[in-house]
Design a protein around this ligand. Sequence first.
Ligand code: NAD
Length: 340
Amino acid sequence: VETTNAPPAQARERYEVLVEQIRAQREAYYQQDAPLVSDAEYDALFLELEQLEAAYPILAGQDSPTQEVGGEVSSAFSPVTHASRMYSLEDVFSLEELEAWLTRAETNATRLQPNTPVRWLCEVKIDGLALNLTYRDGKLVRAATRGDGTTGEDVTHNALTIADIPQQLEGSGWPAEFEVRGEVFIATQDFNAYNEQLIEQGKAPLANPRNAAAGSLRQKDPAQTAKRPLRMFVHGLGRSHDFDLTEQSQAYEIMRAWGLPVSPYGKVVGSLGEVMDFIKENGEKRHELIHDIDGIVIKVDDLATQEQLGYTSRVPRWAVAYKYPPEEVHTKLLDIQVQV
Ligand code: NAD
């Protein structure tokens, strides 16, 4: 099949260029916390790469960026192997694509769990960076960035400076050990105030809240991290022992009672129409939320179904990210038109 669909030299060349550009952009974004291009530009190149690989599967190697969770581990931090792997998310860029994705996932889920009607956990996609927390007997023992998904960076000392992250869980009944993942971010108001402060001090303002959050969490000196207004909301579970759960939303309720920061913006719904309403509502009030979002994440709420649907090497098959179209915004601080 592949010989009949051998890529022309032009496609091969384009493929090489795309891989090289994406690698360089990832390095700047994940390692230096200083992107070379906008997210929309990066997403367009990534989509083009996926489409080339779909047209000419022979081009796609195991080391293709489409097969990897982007982000390596900087030598400035000790490496940490996550007890369970961390993933990226599959993106869709239109409501038609989203509907097709959800319909397919619903068919698969219903086949696997015929007696469990699919419930969708709708969340906003926080534009920050992922952090994996490990709690043992209710005590925070480790915090690590996502890295390449298997190995992350040990940022425990920095995480200890973030007030949202409990060092000791409240209540009782915690599992002997569990991993909880979430997003570290800087709230819009805090970002603006922090930047105004920098400008008053004659320093250069930070470019955007996402990179500011990533740069702040990945400081070598925790005292520097402590000066930045970092926050966190949890959005997933990793490995756990004796954590008896049936739904992800149920995990949030339990974790909320233990003092872990759960987003106020999530909602469980039972139909595609309600998923679409969630997207519309949050698109309209996206600038009223306390933090930047770059889309909506829709997850199958039932944990047994999640496990059965499983994962590719890069993403879960039980969740999808809908990305809002890029918008022109007027930044108050810099008073220029920028694309986000
Ligand atoms: P991603 O950021 O699109 O999605 C996966 C991540 O979303 C997860 O790891 C998690 O941390 C986060 N997330 C936020 N809210 C969540 C929620 N409610 N539930 C679950 N996860 C949630 O994937 P990625 O692979 O890290 O990065 C790709 C994206 O990063 C691109 O789409 C692009 O926008 C951006 N990027 C930009 C550049 C650039 O040069 N501008 C380079 C690389 C990546």
